[in-house]
Design a binder for this molecule. Structure first.
Ligand code: ATP
Ligand code: SF4
Ligand code: MG
Length: 328
């Protein structure tokens, strides 16, 4: 349903070209949730913005994005405006800055609904909004309030309701929970999971919290410095991780199986995407790095159901140019 092929997003900046997303391929099938994880700055939000085609002006996009058989990469802004919100929607990281504080909640719904369906009356648009508000656990009587009158967690719920009012089939959620406290986070995750099932949506869930994807995702993609270094089922990523970065990421999160004193941190920091190292971008931090790693960018290999961009797996089936659509 969503198919991303050899996607590249390069930003032009004063320091040169920033390769924020560099040759990334994957797919998300109907009803499936893909969790996308990786450290800050690895290109997760850029990837989400590329799919929505809301990249800043200094960005260049290459490759192909197909949504329900339509080639988004070829669409112009007018065509994109038609599908945004209706077929595909993005729920943003920070409801504080993304919601217009001087509009009442009902007006926000009217604006979104009528942008797509001008013939729908204001009253009907408010009814549609009220029904989704109820689904996210907010009393529709709060339609007449301004968003600044809501708490952080409630504001996040309003954002979700606005994103889902037209029942899009694909939702991109960019770190929906980071600015919220832990209990509210858990409630929002549960809510997203419920809505995804009720509305039968597919999801791309962007987060650096492996705990969030553990609950919601069917499969997980791990990004490092603009590359998708591993993609597989959630079970494979947690119980049979292949890429040294995936392993390091798992070792660095507290969980009930690992005692706190055994937690490791990943030495060093991610590379400057304006001047990524030659070869594997993780090589300067990788305890398994070999000579070839410093010379040649690894290809993607298929090993035990996981697609892994790492030279350690060179002797398994070479995926490059064979199946760029991602694993099942
Ligand atoms: P976070 O987890 O902190 O949200 P992220 O994985 O979402 O990070 P992006 O925001 O996609 O990362 O940024 C990827 C890279 O692109 C970073 O190096 C960032 O500095 C750079 N970048 C992002 N936006 C721009 C821009 N408009 N112009 C130039 N560089 C940019
Ligand atoms: Fe480590 Fe080499 Fe694999 Fe990169 S390609 S992750 S440096 S072993
Ligand atoms: Mg981001």
């Amino acid at each position: 349903m969503l198919e991303v092929k050899n996607l590249k997003v390069y930003y032009k900046s004063e320091e040169g070209i920033i390769k924020a997303v560099d040759d990334v391929s994957f797919n998300v099938k109907d009803g499936e949730t893909l969790g996308l994880v990786g450290e800050s700055g690895c290109g997760k939000s850029t990837l989400g913005q590329a799919i929505m085609k809301i990249l800043p002006l200094n960005a260049r996009l290459y490759g192909e994005i197909q949504l329900n058989g339509q080639n988004i990469t070829k669409m112009n802004e007018k065509q994109m405006r038609e599908i945004r919100g209706r077929d595909i929607t993005m729920i943003f990281q920070d409801p504080m800055t993304s919601l217009n504080p001087i509009m009442k909640v009902k007006d926000l719904f009217v604006e979104i609904v009528r942008a797509h369906f001008p013939d729908i009356s204001e009253q009907k648009a408010i009814e549609m909004g009220g029904s989704v508000l109820k689904d996210v656990g907010i009393d529709p009587s709060r339609m007449n309030q301004y968003t600044f009158q809501f708490s952080g967690g409630m504001r996040q719920r309003v954002m979700i309701a606005l994103g889902l009012v037209l029942k899009p089939s694909f939702v991109i959620s960019d770190e929906p929970t980071t600015s919220l406290d832990v209990i509210v986070q858990a409630q929002i995750i549960e809510l997203m999971s419920k809505l995804r099932d009720e509305y039968q949506m597919s999801m791309l869930l962007i987060t650096h919290d492996l705990g969030v994807v553990a609950q919601l995702a069917d499969k997980i993609g791990v990004m490092y410095a603009g590359h998708l270094v591993e993609i597989s089922s959630k079970e494979n990523i947690y119980y049979n991780p292949k890429h040294p970065y995936t392993k390091a990421l798992l070792d660095s999160i507290p969980n009930t199986d690992i005692k706190y004193k055994d937690l490791k941190y990943i030495p060093g920091s991610p590379p400057d995407l304006g001047k990524p190292p030659k070869g594997c971008r993780f090589a300067p931090r990788c305890e398994y790095a070999m000579d070839i790693c410093h010379e040649q960018e690894p290809k993607s290999f298929l090993i035990e159901g996981s697609e892994v961009k790492c030279w350690l797996y060179e002797n398994s089936q070479d995926l490059k140019h064979v199946n760029v659509g991602g694993t099942n």
